[in-house]
Ligand binder design. Structure first.
Ligand code: SF4
Length: 63
């Protein structure tokens, strides 16, 4: 599974980081999330992160 973020939409709220801290990290100078390790959480946790994103800018893609 690949994990993509539309960083134009991301508001840096950290919801994804709270659910999947090994997958997402916030770049505080940009106030945007980015992916550090797409394999750092279970599929269910990734889906929970997608659901938690208030601007729906996280996408899961089958490889
Ligand atoms: S939950 Fe969405 S808006 Fe919030 S930091 Fe993560 S990607 Fe950005």
């Amino acid at each position: 599974m690949d994990v993509l973020i539309d960083r134009d939409l991301c508001i840096g709220c950290e919801a994804c980081v709270e659910i999947c801290p090994n997958v997402f990290e916030i770049n505080y100078s940009e106030k945007k999330a980015y992916v550090i390790n797409p394999e750092g959480a279970s599929l269910q946790e990734l889906k929970d992160a997608v659901e938690s994103c208030p601007v729906k800018c996280i996408f899961l893609e089958d490889l």
